[in-house]
Design a protein. Structure first.
Length: 172
């Protein structure tokens, strides 16, 4: 469906809000706008408002088709932890974003797994690297993934220290 926007024009008048009356009280009084506009403006109609509503419903449904998964969790284990996982419903392009907040020096490994037309792929953002106290942003990873397997962010921390990971898997 192609959306056709309305080009809205303001009503321009030298004497806005001027009315003439017919009838008398008691009885019926009819007010008629009598402001002698130089530009009539665009009438607000149900058809025009429904056109806007229909497009909003369409855009809302379209936005829901883009996968989004954001996870924030505590890591305090040496065995691999799946920090985020999403299985695509169809082949498409994705981005993975990762942020770590480290409370004490630790050795971290952060790995992203996905399946593309060539098979299972792996990208290590950090590979057994000692990281000190602080926050760490990593470059966004962009790739094409197939619905034959999940997109997974896996993290390990050694020794066991309090570490927070925020991971986002976003369809683009």
């Amino acid at each position: 469906m192609t959306y056709t926007p309305t080009v809205w024009a303001d009503r321009v008048s030298g004497s806005p809000g001027t009315f003439s009356t017919t009838g008398s009280v008691p009885g019926a009084v009819v007010l008629t706008l009598n402001d002698s506009p130089s530009v009539a403006g665009t009438n607000v109609t149900a058809a025009r408002m429904n056109n806007i509503e229909t497009e909003l419903v369409y855009l809302d449904a379209l936005a829901a088709t883009f996968p989004k998964l954001t996870v924030s969790q505590l890591v305090n284990m040496t065995s691999p932890l799946t920090a985020a996982s999403y299985t695509p419903l169809a082949a498409g392009n994705f981005e993975v974003k990762v942020y770590l907040s480290i409370i004490a020096t630790t050795t971290m490994t952060v790995t992203i797994f996905w399946t593309d037309p060539a098979g299972l792929q792996t990208n290590q953002l950090v590979n057994a690297q000692s990281l000190g106290v602080g926050g760490y942003c990593f470059p966004t990873i962009f790739f094409n993934a197939m619905p034959t397997g999940p997109i997974t962010v896996v993290v390990t921390s050694s020794p066991t220290v309090t570490t927070y990971i925020n991971a986002a898997i976003v369809g683009v």
